[in-house]
Write a protein that binds this ligand. Structure first.
Ligand code: AHR
Length: 333
């Protein structure tokens, strides 16, 4: 397979190229894209964040904090969850509403359970923008916009790679993120929409490893044992879990990239290094660096402009060691 890097423009299950929505084309603040509004006062941003979760999360949350700076006219209040606990997020959200911040950014640890909080923000006329994670059910009246790469398109690209790589099919296992997280449901949707119709592929099951390398290694060790090592493909829904599966493969005396091919989502440096080494076989980027798009959307919303309910963040894929080696020198996360 020739090394390629395809840029996903929102390939949906039907393969239609979606439109990469320009984030709010006009700089409605009239200035350099910064906040501060007409009064010149700081725009206060309450960021209800996930907190420590892995390399992707760290890159995403650092990028948001590096974008919404005082120089840009913002005072960002960072509120990471306590141990990924949704209640701590709801408490922080409520505090920001009571404090009367100008805008709330929300990366939800759980997809459901946000209606009451979002309604309170709406009553207080505080715009809410979703960062990465969606809410379920997805009521677009409850928030201004969601910014994220297209999870369905990203996982569809993994499935399409699998069909190309295994023309005669394969036995596969899926390592999922935590139950109840919106992106996990979306990634399952994209993958299943392609794989369900492929009779030459055997679904050996799926299990969460909670985005964790250690947990993924433990889970996949068990999967290999219970299938007598007869597993050819792993879809790991993030890089850390894919690297954990690779460790399990090696400890079973097998060769990752040969006996078992592992595909992951995120595109962190560690994953691209593993792809360059042949340990991983496919990496679908889930671009975490969209602070600029978020800032444009915030400024447009505060100026009363129209903001699309979904702003798609462009992502690409890497399907060979050569593609990884080409990307690594400039990798930003
Ligand atoms: O919501 C994005 C997911 O959360 C990333 O794919 C994963 O690495 C992170 O923990």
């Amino acid at each position: 397979m020739t090394p390629t890097r395809r840029t996903l423009l929102g390939l949906g299950a039907a393969g239609l190229v979606g439109t990469v929505l320009a984030a709010c084309s006009s700089d409605a603040s009239g200035g350099d894209g910064g906040g501060g509004g007409d009064s010149g006062e700081m725009i206060t941003i309450g960021f209800v964040a996930v907190g420590p979760e892995g390399a992707w999360r760290q890159a995403n949350e650092e990028n948001i904090q590096e974008t919404f700076t005082q120089e840009a006219g913002f005072e960002l209040k960072y509120a990471p969850a306590t141990s990924l606990d949704q209640k701590s997020q709801i408490d922080a959200f409520t505090s920001f509403v009571d404090e009367g911040v100008d805008v709330i950014l929300l990366s939800a640890t759980e997809g459901s359970g946000w209606e009451e909080s979002l309604n309170r923000a709406q009553e207080a006329e505080i715009p809410v923008l979703l960062i990465d994670r969606g809410i379920e059910p997805d009521d677009t009246d409850l928030y201004v916009t969601r910014l994220a790469p297209d999870n369905i398109a990203v996982s569809t690209s993994v499935a399409e790679w699998a069909l190309e790589t295994f023309p005669d099919g394969a036995k596969y296992f899926v390592l999922e993120g935590p139950a109840g997280v919106s992106v996990v449901n979306e990634r399952n949707e994209g993958w299943n929409a392609v794989m369900e119709g492929e009779s030459s592929f055997t679904d050996l099951g799926a299990q969460t490893a909670n985005w964790s390398t250690e947990e993924a290694k433990s889970v996949f060790e068990t999967v290999l044992k219970s299938n007598s090592n007869d597993v050819q493909l792993v879809f790991a829904q993030n890089d850390e879990m894919g690297l954990g599966a690779a460790q399990a493969v090696e400890e079973a005396g097998l060769v990752p990239g040969e006996d078992v091919k592992i595909a992951t989502i995120d595109g962190t440096t560690a994953a691209l290094e593993a792809l360059a080494a042949g340990t991983l076989s496919f990496v679908a980027e889930y671009n975490p660096l969209f602070g600029d798009q978020a800032m444009e959307a915030v400024n447009t919303a505060l100026d009363g402009g129209e903001v699309e309910s979904y702003i798609q963040v462009e992502s690409t894929t890497f399907d060979s060691p050569e593609a990884a080696e080409e990307a690594l020198p400039d990798r930003k996360y």
